[in-house]
Design a protein around this ligand. Structure first.
Ligand SMILES: [Zn+2]
Ligand SMILES: [Zn+2]
Length: 631
């Protein structure tokens, strides 16, 4: 039998397994590989190799990480049956950064206090190197094996064909596999948290205990991940937002953030950056009303399809709705004039404040809100302009995300089952969006069937400094809304033609974007966004207060956001306070500075103190702000 490995062909005996194949083709991997791949499928190492092309799953690979974590969920379950006999298991999948298992502990409550005992049992089982054994049984046999667990039986009854089980020692689980060879492959794991989770996510079902945990290939990788988790906790935007005085929430308006003076500065800076950029790119800014009458929302289709998410009211016997989206308003603006084909693309931008009803349980700081500002734009264009305009938008997004040091990936969502319009238009549009990605040098993933009912879309998933991804930007193609509103332009021959539309947002929601930035920067905003850019510390008020005032006036007149922290406290204390409040530039003013007209500054998070003339300091600040440097 022939197998191909890493481009080379090997003649091997029939019916060798993964271990034996590894020994022949790449001996180093024999005891390290978790499983092998053949024809796009994963197999346990002790499974027979059927010839053809094979490769090995190593712990560092993305599917290796998933396999470690999935296997570790079985290991945790085995530890749990030893410690809590009779507990019943629901689902226990690998997730992006680890795994969880949903468990019915009966009357017992499991908390984080129980974690050390569970981890100790897992360590013990790991040392025993218990093999994972695959078994295939019929549905009836599976039901018999799991008869004590109605969750598993319910699941088995939904499956078809033979059912695979994985057995390790005294524990057996329903599972597709593949798995690592034995429990000793799992050494670097940590239980993280517990939460309640309804069986199958349905609130009519029993609430199970979900235990979140993670498993990494090495001790270092696990420690690094735990460090990031700790950072995420410290940088939680709800906590920092309060400490830094950026925003507040009130029970008088759940999910509708209030921006405090310092947070408003961040909001204003983001907005003015956006405004300048879009003016350069020939966008025309508009503002449309917050509340518009029912008939508008009927025309747009929102009244029929989106009413549950809208806040409505009655004025003079007429139904009104607060806008959940800016699109219908933009349509009215477009229709206010007759447009020639020469005016297209017409780019109508709007910082639109929208309201959407979210369940109260889903609300989360600035991340999940009921009121937010979209950096929206509706671009009306001819069909032959779609590709170049999408590229234009991608260029703008690229520029914006770069400023914040956020990398991203793009997802193309294609025609859903429930779509409107012609299939040919969809096919063509999807091709255009894909081509735009390729031409601008971006890879993209396809999310089949996840487009909006009116057109395909590109979503931009940003990655922050702590390894999380956030869906922010979006470009959506729409043929529906211009049609519903009877929009047209006059073409070369004087005919009325329906334009197509692109909806697009870069930040997505300003509120959410600010939440992301707070966490991404750990509250230490770059100078251009920082609510206070410079804090002046006179060493002694009597001797240096006068000079500090002069510097203050000078910097203020140049437009910098500057404060004086007078010498009511010791210098060391005030220096620490400036660090805690994450002010980019802390300036100490003493005898030397006052005599020579200089300043001694220290940058946030750095130890060096640097003395420069006041003029030079201003230049340096201007540069940091104009270039949008971190400091
Ligand atoms: Zn499994
Ligand atoms: Zn829109």
């Amino acid at each position: 039998m022939k197998i191909v490995y890493s481009g080379k062909e090997f003649d091997v005996q029939e019916s060798i397994n993964g271990f034996e194949a590894a020994k022949l083709v790449d001996p180093e991997k024999k005891n390290k590989a978790l499983a092998f791949r053949q024809d796009g499928k994963l197999f346990d190492m002790n499974h027979v190799v059927n010839g053809g092309e094979i490769s090995f799953v190593m712990p560092e690979d993305p599917d290796g990480f998933e396999m470690l974590n999935h296997s570790c969920s079985h290991l945790m379950a085995q530890a749990l049956i030893h410690l809590y006999p009779g507990c019943l298991f629901g689902f226990g999948p690998a997730i992006e950064e680890g795994f969880y298992y949903d468990v019915d502990f009966g009357d017992r409550t499991i908390t984080e206090k129980d974690f050390p005992a569970i981890e100790a049992e897992m360590k013990k089982l790991s040392k025993e190197a218990i093999p994972y054994k695959r078994k295939e049984v019929s549905q009836e046999e599976a039901c018999e094996i799991f008869k004590a667990n109605h969750y598993k039986v319910e699941h088995i009854k939904e499956l078809e064909g033979t059912i695979s089980l994985y057995e390790q020692g005294d524990f057996v689980d329903l599972c597709r596999g593949a798995h690592v060879p034995n429990t000793s492959y799992l050494k670097h794991f940590k239980l993280l948290s517990v939460a309640g989770a309804y069986w199958r996510g349905d609130s009519k079902n029993k609430m199970l205990t979900r235990i979140y945990a993670t498993c990494y290939p090495t001790k270092e990788a696990l420690e690094e991940h735990l460090h990031i988790l700790e950072l995420r906790k410290q940088n939680d935007h709800r906590k920092l937002g309060k400490e830094l005085g950026l925003f507040m929430l009130s029970d008088y308006a759940p999910g509708m953030p209030f921006f405090l003076p310092k947070g408003q500065i961040v909001m204003n800076e983001l907005t003015s950056y956006w405004r300048k950029l879009h003016a350069r790119e020939n966008y025309k800014e508009i503002t449309t009303p917050t509340m518009m009458s029912r008939s508008l929302w009927e025309t747009s289709g929102h009244w029929d399809h989106y009413k549950d998410n809208m806040y409505t009211t009655k004025v003079d016997e007429t139904d009104y709705a607060i806008k959940p989206m800016n699109c219908p308003g933009a349509m009215l603006v477009y229709k206010n004039d007759i447009h020639s084909y020469r005016e297209l693309p017409l780019r109508l931008s709007e910082m639109g404040h929208v309201h959407r009803h979210e369940a109260s349980g889903a609300l989360n700081g600035l991340f999940r809100v009921r009121a937010f500002t979209q950096d929206d734009a509706h671009i009306l264009l001819r069909r032959d302009q779609i590709e170049s305009e999408v590229k234009n938008i991608m260029r703008i997004f690229d520029e914006v995300y770069n400023v914040f040091g956020l990398s991203y990936r793009i997802v193309l969502s294609t025609r859903p089952d429930d779509f409107i319009g012609e299939v040919s238009f969809w096919d063509e549009s999807e091709k255009i969006l894909a081509q735009a990605c390729k031409d601008s040098g971006h890879e993209y993933q396809i999310n089949p069937g996840d487009g909006a009912f009116y057109g395909p879309k590109l979503d931009f998933k940003l990655r922050d400094s702590m390894g999380r991804t956030w869906q922010c930007g979006t470009i959506q193609l729409d043929v529906n809304l211009p049609h519903r509103f009877g929009c047209f332009y006059i073409d070369e021959n004087g005919e009325h033609v329906e334009p197509v539309m692109l909806h697009r947002a870069g930040y997505g929601s300003l509120e959410r974007f600010i939440g992301i930035l707070i966490e991404n920067y750990g509250g230490a905003f770059p100078t251009w966004l920082a609510p206070v850019q410079v804090r002046l510390l006179p060493v002694n008020d009597a001797a240096h207060g006068e000079y500090a005032k002069k510097v203050y006036e000078d910097l203020r007149n140049e437009g910098f956001r500057v404060e004086i922290d007078e010498a009511t406290e010791k210098l060391g204390y005030r220096l620490r306070a400036a660090q805690v409040e994450k002010v980019p530039y802390t300036v100490v003013l003493g005898n030397n500075e006052a005599e020579s007209g200089s300043v001694t500054y220290r940058i946030y998070g750095q130890k060096d103190q640097i003395t420069v003339s006041l003029e030079e300091f201003k230049k340096l600040l201007h540069n940091a702000i104009d270039q949008k440097l971190r400091f």
